[in-house]
Design a protein around this ligand. Structure first.
Ligand SMILES: NC(=O)c1ccc[n+]([C@@H]2O[C@H](COP(=O)([O-])OP(=O)(O)OC[C@H]3O[C@@H](n4cnc5c(N)ncnc54)[C@H](OP(=O)(O)O)[C@@H]3O)[C@@H](O)[C@H]2O)c1
Length: 314
């Protein structure tokens, strides 16, 4: 943004200098034109991030210069140095958490939070099962579940040096961490036999991976699909639906944000920030200068990453 434009902050508008923003799979899906809601073009990419308020218009009443803010709606476009928009489009975020944590707080950890809160009344000792556990959502599911006393069964894709990812997820509090191959073998049934059957399954992969979730889910359990990283249609056997009374549902955080108040979202984000402050929610990130965007973009598209790519605007 040109300097002249940044000097025209008026009315309820604020000028926000972006500090950091992640590259999430949904950002790439939106650019590809393959997403539930697409912006009107021309548009800025990037659905979340954190910035600092640098100027406020004369009618701004809720934000102050120097406050750290995140967009309160997903479609603002965060991959840019400055944003000028109404104060209503931002929420204050705790400055007690590191900038990169604030930059990712609104989407992936909140998705994990909603998956764990909205589909069953989970109690301590209950069990959930998930695929794509190597993802940021997967990491957050393990840790938020642990803070609720809920046990997790996590499935990852086979990858080079997969032992490191297994160890990491266990260190974060994961109870059982296995590969897709193991999950589809007869060993898995034996491994899970001492635990209560999972009440919920979280699917971000699709394809045959969903068979593994359905196979191990308890009676009347629910499979919640929130992503489709394999880009393959969900494939599940018929029998668990009939004989085990399974239910399949979808979840989209954008819809949740649309249907719930700004206050409800801020309460959720503040709870997630508290977990971060208390070191109960650790996330793994790698910063890349925004000026070197093409390297960052390329890194974000590699398989078997162990860190989320963050654009650094400072
Ligand atoms: N519904 C919602 O509201 C919502 C909100 C947030 C996120 N999401 C979705 O949640 C998922 C995870 O997001 P994230 O940002 O946490 O992910 P991330 O940290 O960027 O990690 C990507 C994940 O996708 C897996 N993956 C990539 N390509 C794959 C393939 N071809 N087959 C199987 N797995 C593959 C990766 O596994 P490897 O480590 O093995 O490469 C990794 O677990 C995405 O699908 C995202 O769109 C949905």
């Amino acid at each position: 943004m040109e300097k002249e434009e940044t000097q025209k902050v008026q009315g309820k508008d604020v000028l926000v200098k972006m500090l950091a923003a992640p590259i999430n799979p949904a950002d790439l899906n939106i650019i590809e034109g393959n997403y539930g809601k697409l912006p009107k073009l021309p548009a800025f990419a990037g659905s979340e991030g954190v910035g600092v308020v640098e100027q406020v218009g004369s009618e701004v009443s809720n934000l102050k210069v120097g406050q750290r803010v995140i967009p309160s709606t997903p479609g603002l476009g965060t991959w840019r140095n400055h944003i000028v928009s109404s104060e209503n489009n931002f929420s204050v975020v705790s400055s007690d958490i590191p900038i990169e944590y604030a930059s990712v707080i609104a989407v992936n950890p909140c998705t994990a939070y909603r998956l764990l809160k909205d589909f069953s009344s989970l109690k301590p000792g209950d069990v959930i099962i998930q695929n794509a556990a190597s993802s940021m959502v997967g990491h957050a599911v393990v840790q938020i579940a642990k803070s609720m006393g809920v046990k997790t069964v996590s499935i990852i894709r086979s990858r080079p040096e997969e032992g490191q990812m297994v160890e990491r997820l266990k260190l974060l509090g994961g109870d059982i961490v296995v590969t897709e191959e193991y999950a589809s073998s007869h060993h898995m049934t034996k491994l899970l036999s001492d635990l209560p059957k999972p009440k919920l399954a979280f699917n971000a992969v699709g394809g045959n991976s969903v068979r593994n979730l359905a196979k191990h889910l308890g009676e009347s359990g629910t499979i919640v699909t929130y992503g489709g990283m394999s880009r393959q249609a969900i494939s599940v056997s018929t029998s668990p639906f009939i004989f085990n009374d399974l239910t399949m549902k979808g979840f989209w955080l954008s819809r949740w944000v649309e249907k719930n108040s700004k206050e409800a979202r801020e309460k959720m984000i503040s709870e997630v920030a508290t977990l971060m402050k208390e070191k109960k929610l650790t996330l793994f990130m790698e910063k890349h200068k925004f000026s070197d965007f093409s390297t960052a973009l390329e890194a974000s598209q590699q398989p078997f990453q162990d860190r989320k790519i963050i654009l650094d605007f400072q």
